[in-house]
Design a protein. Structure first.
Length: 179
């Protein structure tokens, strides 16, 4: 009897947690090995703060940062159809009810947006999305725990004054330099 109840509970949990909707996390995993994409995972340690005297707010902000994932699609003459399909897929994911669009910019064949996912002041994901028809598109996904808008702004400030571990960004730099 206990076993039957446990199996029913597990089945119910699986059915409710797997709603079949595409997620940005799943998109990153699925596209990481695709030849049209470059995927880079960056740990929070890329912000070198060992030589800085951090304020309590800065320490809290850094602790709230879990991971930074970047995926970029490099457009060229041979992958126009794939570019358009992938661009629409990302836009569809970001239009999901769980993402809130904070800002959007469009100018001709170029666009960008900043989206968040979370409840109120608790940001689970901050997503920067930029696209340009001639160059491709990129998505930066910043995940956090107890991350707030103030923490995000504090981290941006730290990026400006801290040393950065550029080693973690080498694959991205190489892609940008390749034309």
């Amino acid at each position: 009897m206990k076993r039957t109840i446990a199996l029913l509970a597990l089945t119910a949990l699986l059915l409710t947690s797997c709603n079949g909707k595409p997620t940005l996390q799943k998109y990153f995993v699925d596209k990481a090995e695709d030849k049209n994409f470059l995927a880079v995972d960056i740990s929070p340690s890329f912000i070198k703060t060992d030589k800085l005297q951090l304020t309590p707010e800065e320490e809290t902000a850094l602790k709230s940062l879990k991971n930074v994932n970047i995926i970029a699609f490099k457009a060229n003459d041979k992958n126009v159809g794939a570019y358009e399909k992938e661009l629409e897929d990302v836009k569809k994911i970001l239009k999901d009810d769980s993402y809130e669009e904070l800002i959007k910019f469009n100018r001709g064949a170029t666009g960008a947006s900043i989206n968040t996912k979370g409840e109120g002041q608790d940001i689970e994901e901050l997503v920067l999305f930029a696209n340009d028809k001639t160059n491709g598109f990129g998505v930066v996904r910043v995940t956090g725990e107890n991350m707030t808008p103030n923490n995000v702004m504090t981290i941006v400030g730290l990026l400006q004054k801290a040393n950065l571990d550029m080693e973690q960004l080498k694959p991205l730099k190489a892609m940008i330099e390749r034309k």
